[in-house]
Design a protein around this ligand. Structure first.
Ligand code: C5P
Length: 232
């Protein structure tokens, strides 16, 4: 049963404010991307396809030159396009696909294992989830910048934040992206939502606080501290 991992790494990292695409930011001697790829390889995926910005394609190929099962494609302007480009480069019929953000470099092995176990048990759309600690409200205005108008809080006990790696039957993921490319009307921020739109509901497994997404400078600080603590 072949498993491929797709690592979307073509984001600009604007919110991190370092002037380097986020996946190429160093974290204690290794880029976020190298750490994310290592996480996937550690659980025995057979192939990894990374989607990167066009101007970093050659550098990425160099970075993984010694690993023949790691391939690089050029990503797109949206995350969905980056995943789609990676999918288009995959030949054959793998059984499973993991999609894992380069921006979650410290995801522990146990999260990958939980996702893979659920896939092998026959689930087709698997996401790691975590309870939400803040109280959450939606905005009542039509403008995301306008925070003055708020709806009532959503009941927190029912909320879950969704992480990666997300796991899918490979064919479903390929079909979902093909369909999205044809019919997309709204933006989506993960792949599980695309399968759900096709009538394949997402199944949750336990995520991890260590699988947090590096988005803001403080996230990078935290990641550095965690890496240093592990090394000592
Ligand atoms: O922007 P966000 O933090 O949600 O990105 C999640 C992941 O998707 C990151 O690893 C980022 O590099 C990747 N991405 C991509 N192509 C884009 C935008 C984001 O591969 N156009």
């Amino acid at each position: 049963m072949e498993t491929v991992a797709i690592i979307p790494a073509a984001g600009s990292g604007t919110r991190l404010g370092l002037g380097t695409p986020k996946a190429f930011v160093p974290l204690e001697g290794q880029t976020l991307l190298e750490r994310a790829v290592a996480g996937a390889l550690d659980v025995g995926v057979h192939r990894v396809v990374i989607a990167v910005p066009r101007d970093l394609e050659a550098r990425t190929q160099d970075l993984f030159r010694a690993q023949p099962n790691v391939h690089t494609v050029v990503g797109g302007s949206e995350r969905t396009e980056s995943v789609r480009n990676a999918l288009a480069s995959i030949e054959g019929n793998p059984s499973y696909a993991l999609v894992h953000d380069a921006a979650r470099p410290l995801t522990p092995r146990r999260v990958f294992d939980r996702v893979l176990t659920a896939l092998r048990a026959g689930h087709r759309n698997v996401v790691p989830v975590l309870p939400v600690s803040d109280t959450v409200r939606t905005l009542s205005s039509q403008q995301p910048e306008d925070v003055a108008g708020l709806s009532a809080p959503v009941e927190r006990a029912w909320l879950r934040a969704v992480q990666t790696p997300q796991g899918f039957a490979f064919k479903d993921l390929a079909d979902a992206h093909e369909r999205f490319e044809r019919d997309a009307t709204t933006n989506v921020t993960d792949d599980a939502s695309l399968l759900e739109a096709m009538g394949i509901p997402a199944v949750g497994v336990e995520g991890s606080h260590e699988a947090f997404k590096i988005t803001h400078p403080l996230d990078l600080e935290l990641a550095r501290m965690l890496c240093q603590r592990k090394e000592n």
